[in-house]
Design a protein around this ligand. Sequence first.
Ligand SMILES: [Zn+2]
Length: 342
Amino acid sequence: MRGTVLYGPRDIRFEERETPKIVQPTDAVLRLAATCVCGSDLWPYRGLQPIDGPTAMGHEYCGFVEEAGSAVKFVKPGQFVVGSFAASDNTCPNCQDGYQSSCVQREFMLRAQASLLRVPLADGTLVPTPGGPPPDDLVPSLLAASDVLGTGWFAADAANVKPGATVVVVGDGAVGLLGVLSARQMGAERIIAVSRHEARQKLAREFGATDIVTERGDAGVARIKELTKAIGADSVLECVGTQESMMQAVQSTRPGGFVSYVGVPHGVSLDGAQLFFSHVHLHGGPAPVRRYLPKLIDLILNGKMNPGKVFDLVLPLDQVAEGYRAMDERRAIKALLRPQAA
Ligand SMILES: [Zn+2]
């Protein structure tokens, strides 16, 4: 089997690898219908996050169960399943509290930019689509649920988005755009998207943004205050992970409002006094996507949401290197990869 391996900065290879097989009796092996490149894959790709030698890439996936281990009870060969980027047992106390991405048995997924994938803790991690395999045109949206939609949805939920709320989304990557879509689905009345890129602004509006702010930093905060009775927004979703975006999020939130943060932080630190006087709630982290998967799958299958629109580039899996290049150069928002038929 061939799969995607990062050797060093901007050196992505699609090469022969060991075929995944059942290792633990709780494992399943999937034949993937689709996978994709994540914004977080670009950190090591750009050399901004060190790797220990050649690293198999990919953590977003959906597809057919090829084989299930002897201890797997609920997931069956032939089912179409969606799983999270974090494998979880879905039974431990953290899972029962809805924080499956802090499962005591958590394993972060790797190696998903391939045609076959081993998934640990299959019963806890994977959610089959009800009513059998989905129509092929829904596969991109179901793939989005695996990470970017699940993360955008968590961002909106953690920021306490309620019907009628005024929401700000900082970040116009796939997660930010799907944060807009999630906030709209949850009934937000006003959604201010922070974006400088025309194609992304257009998609943000299509997903439900009512206002676009192009300024960043202090100028961005000032502009958002102008739009929100000079006090700030009820809910602010930070979907980037830089110092500037985090501070823009905190300062754009009204006293008593909520900030969520789902961008993996790179060099972010918070000033205690500034936080103290801001009066905001903070909640974020790696999204517990598994908590939301049944609901998100239902919304997608019933045509209530079309998050698959974030994939503006579709490539055969063996052209994965071009997917990384296009996202690195911001020619594409997100690249979907289709394994060739077996
Ligand atoms: Zn658990």
